[in-house]
Design a binder for this molecule. Structure first.
Ligand code: 5GP
Ligand code: ZN
Length: 117
């Protein structure tokens, strides 16, 4: 999918509304439209990268930015005691939106088991 049709690229361009919790020149974060817990937001690079299967060394600094920022964003959302990050990848991983994003989930104590079979 091209970035023109990508829903998260549209959110990045403010063509689709979202409840943003953070934005800078490289990344943005917004509340998930179908939250799975009291706190559930997505941390997303502005650059269109489809999934972790498409990441290479050229994305290292961008991934570093996303992960160095997440702790503070989670704390700001009331998750100072901890949270879970999930990156669904591809068909097997249950990825729905093919623009790389990190789910940040928390606000419930404790979170349910990591994988439910
Ligand atoms: P995935 O399964 O790809 O890891 O997760 C995609 C997530 O994006 C889902 O949790 C879904 O609820 C969320 N999502 C899909 N479309 C929108 C939207 O238009 N706005 C927001 N805020 N979240 C969305
Ligand atoms: Zn995109």
């Amino acid at each position: 999918m091209s970035s023109a049709d990508c829903i998260f690229c549209k959110i990045a361009r403010n063509e689709i509304p979202s409840k943003k919790v953070y934005e800078d020149e490289d990344l943005f974060a917004f509340h998930d439209i179908r939250p799975q817990a009291a706190v559930h937001f997505l941390s997303v690079p502005k650059q269109h990268v489809a999934s972790l299967l498409d990441v290479d060394a050229s994305h290292a600094a961008l991934l570093g930015k996303i992960f160095t920022r997440i702790g503070q964003l989670a704390r700001d959302q009331g998750c100072g005691e901890g949270f879970r990050t999930i990156v669904n990848t591809g068909k097997v991983g249950g990825q729905e939106v093919y623009h790389l994003h990190v789910h940040v989930i928390g606000g419930s104590t404790p979170l349910p088991a990591m994988i439910k079979w």
